[in-house]
Design a protein. Structure first.
Length: 161
Protein backbone atom coordinates (compact mmCIF):
# COMPACT_ATOMS: atom_id res chain seq x y z
CA UNK A 1 0.00 0.00 0.00
CA UNK A 2 1.54 3.31 -1.09
CA UNK A 3 0.01 6.48 0.31
CA UNK A 4 -0.51 9.37 -2.07
CA UNK A 5 -1.82 12.87 -1.75
CA UNK A 6 -3.39 14.63 -4.74
CA UNK A 7 -1.84 12.10 -7.10
CA UNK A 8 1.69 12.41 -5.66
CA UNK A 9 3.25 9.40 -4.02
CA UNK A 10 4.41 10.01 -0.43
CA UNK A 11 7.75 8.41 0.32
CA UNK A 12 8.31 6.83 3.70
CA UNK A 13 11.26 7.84 5.84
CA UNK A 14 12.41 7.17 9.39
CA UNK A 15 12.57 10.87 10.25
CA UNK A 16 12.43 14.26 8.63
CA UNK A 17 13.31 17.77 9.69
CA UNK A 18 10.60 20.41 9.35
CA UNK A 19 10.94 23.97 10.70
CA UNK A 20 13.71 22.89 13.07
CA UNK A 21 11.79 19.91 14.45
CA UNK A 22 12.97 16.39 13.74
CA UNK A 23 9.87 14.25 13.37
CA UNK A 24 10.32 10.48 13.41
CA UNK A 25 7.98 7.88 11.97
CA UNK A 26 6.51 6.95 15.37
CA UNK A 27 6.12 10.55 16.62
CA UNK A 28 8.16 9.70 19.72
CA UNK A 29 10.34 12.84 19.32
CA UNK A 30 13.38 10.81 20.39
CA UNK A 31 15.44 11.93 17.39
CA UNK A 32 14.55 15.59 18.02
CA UNK A 33 15.39 15.35 21.72
CA UNK A 34 18.69 13.61 20.91
CA UNK A 35 19.61 16.54 18.64
CA UNK A 36 18.61 18.96 21.39
CA UNK A 37 20.84 17.10 23.86
CA UNK A 38 23.78 17.60 21.51
CA UNK A 39 23.04 21.34 21.22
CA UNK A 40 22.58 21.69 24.98
CA UNK A 41 25.85 19.89 25.71
CA UNK A 42 27.59 22.41 23.46
CA UNK A 43 25.83 25.21 25.35
CA UNK A 44 27.02 23.70 28.65
CA UNK A 45 30.58 23.81 27.39
CA UNK A 46 30.17 27.45 26.34
CA UNK A 47 28.83 28.46 29.75
CA UNK A 48 31.53 26.49 31.57
CA UNK A 49 34.16 28.23 29.44
CA UNK A 50 32.92 31.79 29.93
CA UNK A 51 31.80 31.59 33.56
CA UNK A 52 35.22 32.54 34.93
CA UNK A 53 35.36 35.78 32.95
CA UNK A 54 31.70 36.90 32.92
CA UNK A 55 29.48 38.55 35.49
CA UNK A 56 26.37 36.76 36.74
CA UNK A 57 24.02 38.99 34.75
CA UNK A 58 25.96 38.24 31.56
CA UNK A 59 25.80 34.50 32.28
CA UNK A 60 22.07 34.85 32.80
CA UNK A 61 21.71 36.56 29.42
CA UNK A 62 23.78 33.80 27.76
CA UNK A 63 21.66 31.16 29.50
CA UNK A 64 18.38 32.63 28.26
CA UNK A 65 19.71 33.38 24.78
CA UNK A 66 21.32 30.00 24.26
CA UNK A 67 19.93 27.26 26.51
CA UNK A 68 16.43 28.53 27.24
CA UNK A 69 15.79 29.29 23.58
CA UNK A 70 16.80 25.74 22.58
CA UNK A 71 14.58 24.23 25.27
CA UNK A 72 11.52 26.37 24.65
CA UNK A 73 11.48 26.13 20.83
CA UNK A 74 8.33 24.18 19.88
CA UNK A 75 8.11 22.61 23.33
CA UNK A 76 4.37 22.12 22.78
CA UNK A 77 5.24 19.19 20.51
CA UNK A 78 7.85 17.33 22.55
CA UNK A 79 7.41 18.66 26.11
CA UNK A 80 5.27 15.81 27.42
CA UNK A 81 7.39 12.98 26.00
CA UNK A 82 9.21 10.52 28.26
CA UNK A 83 12.55 11.46 26.67
CA UNK A 84 12.15 15.08 27.75
CA UNK A 85 13.47 14.22 31.21
CA UNK A 86 16.95 14.08 29.64
CA UNK A 87 16.57 17.74 28.71
CA UNK A 88 15.59 18.54 32.29
CA UNK A 89 18.73 16.81 33.57
CA UNK A 90 20.99 18.83 31.26
CA UNK A 91 19.22 22.06 32.25
CA UNK A 92 19.72 21.19 35.91
CA UNK A 93 23.38 20.38 35.27
CA UNK A 94 23.91 23.82 33.81
CA UNK A 95 22.25 25.44 36.78
CA UNK A 96 23.96 23.33 39.46
CA UNK A 97 27.38 22.20 38.27
CA UNK A 98 28.49 24.24 35.31
CA UNK A 99 28.12 27.54 37.11
CA UNK A 100 29.77 27.90 40.50
CA UNK A 101 27.33 27.71 43.39
CA UNK A 102 28.18 31.23 44.57
CA UNK A 103 27.17 32.71 41.19
CA UNK A 104 24.27 30.40 40.57
CA UNK A 105 21.51 31.68 42.84
CA UNK A 106 19.71 33.70 40.14
CA UNK A 107 20.05 30.89 37.57
CA UNK A 108 18.57 28.35 39.96
CA UNK A 109 15.42 30.43 40.02
CA UNK A 110 14.77 29.86 36.31
CA UNK A 111 11.60 28.07 35.33
CA UNK A 112 11.56 24.24 35.18
CA UNK A 113 10.69 22.58 31.87
CA UNK A 114 7.14 21.38 32.60
CA UNK A 115 5.83 24.87 33.50
CA UNK A 116 7.46 26.17 30.29
CA UNK A 117 5.50 23.45 28.45
CA UNK A 118 2.22 24.39 30.18
CA UNK A 119 2.83 28.09 29.52
CA UNK A 120 3.51 27.40 25.82
CA UNK A 121 0.31 25.36 25.50
CA UNK A 122 -1.65 28.14 27.21
CA UNK A 123 -0.22 30.78 24.87
CA UNK A 124 -1.11 28.58 21.89
CA UNK A 125 -4.72 28.23 23.06
CA UNK A 126 -5.10 31.96 23.70
CA UNK A 127 -3.64 32.90 20.30
CA UNK A 128 -5.67 30.27 18.43
CA UNK A 129 -9.12 30.42 20.01
CA UNK A 130 -10.62 30.06 16.54
CA UNK A 131 -9.43 26.43 16.45
CA UNK A 132 -11.45 25.60 19.54
CA UNK A 133 -15.18 25.39 20.12
CA UNK A 134 -17.06 25.77 23.37
CA UNK A 135 -19.49 23.14 24.57
CA UNK A 136 -22.46 25.39 23.79
CA UNK A 137 -21.28 25.53 20.14
CA UNK A 138 -21.21 21.73 19.97
CA UNK A 139 -24.50 20.93 21.71
CA UNK A 140 -27.44 22.81 23.20
CA UNK A 141 -27.40 21.21 26.65
CA UNK A 142 -27.12 23.87 29.34
CA UNK A 143 -24.21 22.78 31.56
CA UNK A 144 -21.88 24.65 33.85
CA UNK A 145 -19.02 23.82 31.44
CA UNK A 146 -20.76 25.28 28.37
CA UNK A 147 -18.05 27.93 27.92
CA UNK A 148 -15.11 25.49 28.16
CA UNK A 149 -13.01 25.11 25.02
CA UNK A 150 -12.86 21.84 23.10
CA UNK A 151 -10.26 21.13 20.45
CA UNK A 152 -11.77 20.15 17.14
CA UNK A 153 -9.22 18.00 15.33
CA UNK A 154 -9.27 18.60 11.58
CA UNK A 155 -9.79 15.53 9.43
CA UNK A 156 -7.27 14.88 6.66
CA UNK A 157 -8.08 12.18 4.16
CA UNK A 158 -5.13 10.39 2.59
CA UNK A 159 -5.93 7.89 -0.11
CA UNK A 160 -3.89 4.71 -0.20
CA UNK A 161 -3.51 2.51 -3.25
Amino acid sequence: MKPNYQGNCIKSSLNTKFLGLTIDDSLSWKAHIDQMISKLNTACFVIRTIQAIMYLETLRIVYFAYIHSIISYRIIFWGNQPYSDKIFKIKKRVQDREIHVGNCQKLRNTTPIFPIYIYSISIYVVKNKHLFHTDNQIHSIDTRFKTNFKLMVPCIIIQCE
